[in-house]
Design a protein around this ligand. Sequence first.
Ligand code: ASP
Ligand code: MG
Length: 414
Amino acid sequence: MGRLLVQKFGGTSVGSVERINAVASRVARFVERGDRVVVVVSAMSGETNRLEGLGFDIAKRPSPREMDMLLSSGEQASIALVAMALMEQGCPARSWLGSQIRIETDTNHTKARIENIDVAGVQADLDSGTTPVIAGFQGVTAAGEVTTFGRGGSDTTAVAVAAALEADECQIYTDVDGVYSADPRIVDNARLLATVTFEEMLELASLGSKVLHSRSVELTGKYGVPLRVLSSLTDPAEENPGTLITTEEQAMEQPLVAGVAYARDEAKVTVLGVPDVPGVASKILGPVGAAGIEVDMIVQNAGADGSADLTFTVRRADYERALEILREASGTVGARSVAGDDRIAKVSAVGMGMRSHAGVATRMFDALAAENINIEMISTSEIKISVVVAERYLELAVRAIHDAFELESPPSAD
Ligand code: ASP
Ligand code: MG
């Protein structure tokens, strides 16, 4: 008996007629070998950006509902093309929009969350030997409005569908070989990880290692769907296991540090001379949160004069808005002034092994000190240590930490 697989192909993998045909042959090969495959696809590469650009050419602040209507059309085109290509290979196929399957979501346009999936239609296809091809990244509200899940959201469609179907494995085909110990564009000898736990992956994904949509990793953990990231560019006949994202129980090794992640698009803002009395932090951060701006690291230094400085990081895109809001709020609480820096980056070491080993932070800080990199902020969790550094040190910091934990690939035999 074959396996039930969900195979998701990203924009690059369906970026041209040739690529679409290659995807179809890959899928057909699995089907011929007796597996049942559910295909999930993204829009052709560049298409979602193009559509988004059009929206912003027309309106400075396009209606989120209309943005969803617009962006979801990219996937509508690619599912039809992939289904046709499968049929050309002699593999019966049928395309499905999110609204047709009924991937039901909340009403949060442009960042909707899946609430329920009805897999009956897809299951019927599978039972009759038809390969369903599902549009990633999109759903529908109870009232019938089209929604999308945020950029990169097709991964989340794939995992959610795999969970609903109780698939044997969800395979995310992409243009990289899997998950690396660091961005291979920055670190030459970054290692391809055979396995990584979903907790580690969640930190790596949310920290800016853009391999997977964060929500898809959360769902992997929640439903225990085995998730594999692998390349769609290698010959399907070759052994190409990619990276398996596992639960902790399944993980073989628990490295001190599994990988080094970074997020470049960060900014920090400081409210100086805040009266050091109860309630002030909430009065300052409240309006920021109310404006939908996500605050990440927060540091407060108490000064000698009974006042304090409150510093926190936001996404760089939110920097100007955050400054504006804080200037207003600082007047209300009687703070002295507001300052900021939008040329910072966050670099993080992530690993399950940190939980049971001391000294990881010291090793990381030593490595940065040896390169003369100033640490501006620090935050830690059970399995992660993050530092904020000036953006110009980003690459150097990633390499230094990668070296310090000896994450490089073993020298090859030849
Ligand atoms: N097409 C959407 C995007 O470019 C969704 C995805 O590719 O996962 O963000
Ligand atoms: Mg993606």
